[in-house]
Design a protein around this ligand. Sequence first.
Ligand SMILES: *Cc1c(COP(=O)(O)O)cnc(C)c1O
Length: 393
Amino acid sequence: MTLTNASQVPFVDLSSQHQPIQAELMATVQAVLDQGDFILGKALSEFETAFAAACQVEYGIGVACGTDAIALGLQACGIEAGDEVILPANTFVATLIGILRAGAKPILVDCDPTTALIDLAAAEAAITPQTKAIVPVHLYGQMVSPSALRQLAQRHGLIIFEDAAQAHLAEREGDRAGSVGTAAAFSFYPSKNLGALGDGGILVTSTATVAEKARSLRNYGATRKYFHTEAGGTNSRLDTLQAAALQIKLPYLEQWNQARYQAAQYYHQRLQQLEDFGVFPIVNQAGTGHVYHLFVVRLTAVSDRQPLQSALAAQGIQTGIHYPLPCHLQPAFRDLGYSAGEFPQAERLCEEILSLPMYPGLTFAQIDRVVDALQAQLESAKPASRQPLKASP
Ligand SMILES: *Cc1c(COP(=O)(O)O)cnc(C)c1O
């Protein structure tokens, strides 16, 4: 671990990731230029095969973004208008948008406040005869328990469709993210654990019929050129150029995830000293299988995070909030009929969470700076803004 550049702590640093492999990336871009197969080209099918294998599933279908992987993936699994699909209230809105675009009715449920993952008891309570699928979100890089998911799905005959956009190569109970249910969606948004040089996504599945239907849906619903069998089709293909860049980056993913894990371990160790200030990291129940897309803490004794974030930013330390408003309180989705107070754990979590810098290449010295600055800030906070505190649940 070096001390260089420890004074600035960006939230993510993509240039440090790309700099060591720049020559490889440039060469692969040149190869696609030479080949000229920009749409559904050779590098795309090669990457689809490689990524599916990394997820321990049979098929990969590259699409334009993670949101499309959810929408087209659910359609490919047979989800249609009138079907109810369960998802957690505390996710990125893309999960909800994907479900809506598949034509289904989203059913939001609350989360476990210590792990921030979907509360499966709440999910079970929300099941009706119309419920067709559950979309667990492996939030922040930690998988929802595969065994608990499978038991729930089996009891009620539900399709499991994983939103694995934050969980590339994550594992739990011996299962890889993407291999738990009928199909799964990944995003290659640049700052995800595996990111493209732009937008991208993939659907993975081991079910041949689902793969076949998804391939058609992403390509105008065509099964062969100018012969269209799926009315729900659209244009959503992962560019050959993006697939080529992703193919270069894929072999590094495991070591990048390991670097994230080591950074997280050091955060956990250092943050113990901030428990008295009400700082509690989101609990890891997945052990070494957690891929820490984000490192999130709960600030249970801070009533307003904004001054804290500003003070850290003034010292060159960037933080984020993932996400400040749960899905059911977003103005765009008022029509779904939910109201404030409906999902108390998700709502409270949204008010407490703070995402600290996390990326492969983040040094222990930088983590020290973050934790020390956070501590100094909490110590200087006026007692009035701190509520008396009992430890986390
Ligand atoms: C990033 C993300 C998505 C959407 O992926 P895009 O590629 O941005 O469309 C979906 N769900 C979750 C949980 C995400 O983090």
